[in-house]
Each structure stands twice: as C-alpha cells, then as structure tokens.
Design a protein. Structure first.
Length: 410
C-alpha cells in the first residue's frame, strides 16, 4: 500500500484552493458594492459591508506565505507579519459580526440596542487588536515561521496567549454570525436571492468554525506533546479559502442575482410584446425609432407606449359580438378562461386591422385590450389556434361576420 497516499498533508494538498480564488471573488463583491457605498456613505449597513469586504480581501492578500515572508524581510523583524495578520483576522471578524447585526435588524440600527451592540463589537475587537501587538512585543519569537507559526510557538510564553486570543476572537464572531444568519434564513418573507445568499454566508461561517477547530486542536496537541501539525498547516488553509469563497458568493449573489433576474424579466417582457408590436407597426406603416444601443428598460417602455397608443383608436373598430363568439369558441376548444380572453381579443384586433378601421364603429371599451397586452401578444404566437377560433366564430350565428383573416406575424 502506498503510505504517501494516506498522508493527510498529501490528500489535503490535492484539495488546496489558491488564496487568489477567494481574493478575486471578494474583490469583485467589493467592486459591485463600492459605487453604492460611496454614494450612500452615511448608511451604517453599507459602511459595514464595505468594511467586511475590505478586511476580507486584505486578510487573504497579506496571509499568503510569500507576502508573509516579504513583510518580515521589509520590516527586518522576524514574524512581524504574525500580529499584523492576526490583527487583520480579528478586525475582519468584528466587521463581519457588525455587518450581520446591522443587516439583520435593517432600519433598526439606529435603536439604542443596536448602537450599544455596535459599541461593544467595535470596542471589543479594537481591544483585541491592541492586545495582540502588546503580546507580540512581550514574546520571544526569533525564528521566522511562514506556514507553521501557530504550532511552532504554541508553547512560547505570550505568543501562546496571542495565538489563543486571535482564534478565540475569530471563533466568537463566526459562531454569533452563523447563529444570526441561520435564524434569519427561517424567515418566510425573505427574497429568494437573499435567502440563498444567506445560506452561502451561513455555510461559510460554519466552515470558518472548522478552521478554528483545526487550529485550536493542533495547538492544544502541541501542549500535550503531540504533533498533528497537518491540522494547522494543511487542513486550515484550504478550509479558510473555501469558507471565504462561500462568503464572497453569499455577498455577490443577492446583488448580482437580483440584477440578473430584473434584466431577464425586462428582456422577456420586451420579447413577449414582439408579435403585437410587429402587427400594429405593419398595420400603421411606422413604429418608434430609437438606437439599438438604448437600454432595454427604455426599449420596453417605448414598445408598451406604442402598442397602447395604437390600440386606443383601433378599439373603436373591434366588433364586440365577434370577440364574444371567439371567446365562446376558445372555451369550447378547452382553453382556460384567461387564455380564451386573450385569444378573443387577438381575433378582434386582427379583424379590425383587416377591415382597415371600417369595422363595428362602436365606442368599445378599450380597457380589456389594454389591460394585458402581453397575453394578447402571446396569443398572436398561436396562428393555428387563432385560425380555428375565427372559423368557429364565423360559423356561429351573429348580426355580422367579417371575411377571411390577416396574416399573423410570427
């Protein structure tokens, strides 16, 4: 049996996720939020999300082994990057907890309870940062350790306390944030995109607890004379990367997902109106002109406006008797009432256009035509149904029937 294949460090090395993956995703999330953060800087929620994203990015940039060594060389202090990185992790922990508390309570962040919680979080984690630097100054850590500092100095006075302090601060923040998020997810009134974003955030914080557990286990094992350093050096880094990836996706999804959903909804609405728009434009010989580079929202508004403006005068020439008979014919064919109304309205419009505005001449109520132009446009996509319904309506006795149909634009 290949013993190397069973080595935890080898197995975990195959699962390694580069620190650049979460860094890239976190930077993308920050860039998505940055314009809004700058524009609405006074909003505590936006300041909180900006802080947590900024600290998260800096944590993964400065905690890379290459960057750790470079900082130590530039400062000339062995292991100078240790309190620096620990401070970033503590600040990021506090910023994440502050963000969740502020976000969870919405507009209630101005209440006395939330302001008090904010003061506790800020003062508590600021104290942790100061204590980390004091402990480092008191510790004797002359040998540079880029990857295994936590376990190498696990039994060193003052450095031991520093390692436990940053892990405790991170664990408390992740545990509280995870608890708040999973309680929030159970709220039935949440937007689906927000719910999935919160689930990703919750999963990310749970994985962060696994990171803390692996680090603490390795440190305690060192106290007991054992040496499972792979928990700290091989398991914790990929867990941290995967956790940060989930956290970044959780921040991005509600924003990007909702934006994509709105864009697709607008494009679909514009597409649905196509058959009715082309029919009316071919009947009138003209249509709205605007640049193809115009935003889809503007194109949708222009299309809706044109259709309603064209239907208003046409409604006077729609034969209500014909539409009634077409509605009955659609119901006879087993169409649902809502679709039958759309099909009968489409039949009336086709009949009015075919007769060149010389139809019924009755002041028909245009509300039924204007109420759901999208459904009428969908009905025009079914020329066979329309032809069948018109034939049945023409065969039904009535005061007046019109001639053959017009071509329905595909």
């Amino acid at each position: 049996m290949n013993t190397l294949a069973l080595d935890p460090s080898v197995l975990l090395g195959r699962l390694y996720i580069s620190f650049w993956v979460p860094t890239t995703l976190l930077t993308a999330a920050l860039l998505l939020k940055l314009p809004t953060i700058i524009r609405l800087w006074r909003d505590p929620l936006l300041r909180a999300v900006g802080g947590v994203l900024l600290f998260s990015c800096t944590v993964f940039v400065f905690c890379m082994p290459a960057m750790i060594h470079r900082m130590n060389v530039l400062t000339g202090v062995p292991n100078f990057s240790a309190p620096f990185c620990y401070s970033l992790i503590a600040a990021n922990s506090g910023a994440g907890l502050l963000f969740i508390v502020t976000w969870r309570n919405g507009l209630a962040e101005r209440s006395a309870a939330i302001r008090r919680a904010t003061r506790w979080i800020v003062s508590g984690y600021a104290t942790v940062v100061v204590a980390l630097w004091v402990l480092f100054l008191l510790a004797d850590v002359p040998v540079e350790r880029v990857r295994d500092l936590d376990t190498y100095y696990a039994r060193t006075p003052f450095m031991r306390e520093e390692i436990l302090l940053y892990l405790l601060a991170h664990t408390v923040a992740c545990a509280l944030s995870s608890r708040l998020i999973w309680n929030w997810v159970r709220d039935r009134g949440l937007d689906p995109w927000l719910r999935w974003g919160l689930r990703l955030l919750g999963a990310g914080y749970v994985l962060s607890l696994l990171y803390d557990a692996s680090k603490v286990t390795a440190v305690v094992a060192r106290w007991l004379g054992r040496n499972p350093d792979w928990l700290s050096t091989d398991l914790a880094p990929p867990v941290a990367s995967f956790s940060a990836t989930l956290l970044a996706a959780g921040f991005i999804l509600p924003h990007a997902g909702q934006a994509l959903h709105d864009r697709c909804r607008i494009r679909l609405a514009h597409h649905r109106l196509g058959p009715l728009y082309r029919l009316l434009r071919s009947a009138n010989g003209s249509g709205p002109r605007f640049s193809l580079r115009a935003r889809t929202e503007l194109r949708l508004i222009r299309r809706e406006t044109y259709i309603r403006d064209a239907l208003l005068p046409l409604a006077r020439h729609v034969d209500p008797d014909l539409t009634d008979r077409a509605y009955a014919a659609a119901l006879t064919l087993g169409r649902p009432a809502e679709r039958a109304r759309a099909l009968s309205a489409a039949v009336g419009i086709l009949d009015a256009i075919e007769n060149g505005g010389r139809g019924a001449g009755v002041d028909a109520e245009p509300t039924c035509l204007l109420k759901d132009i999208a459904s009428i446009s969908d009905a025009l996509r079914r020329p066979k149904d329309l032809a069948t319904i018109r034939s049945l309506a023409a065969a039904t006795p009535g005061p007046e029937r019109h001639g053959a149909g017009v071509t329905v634009p595909e």
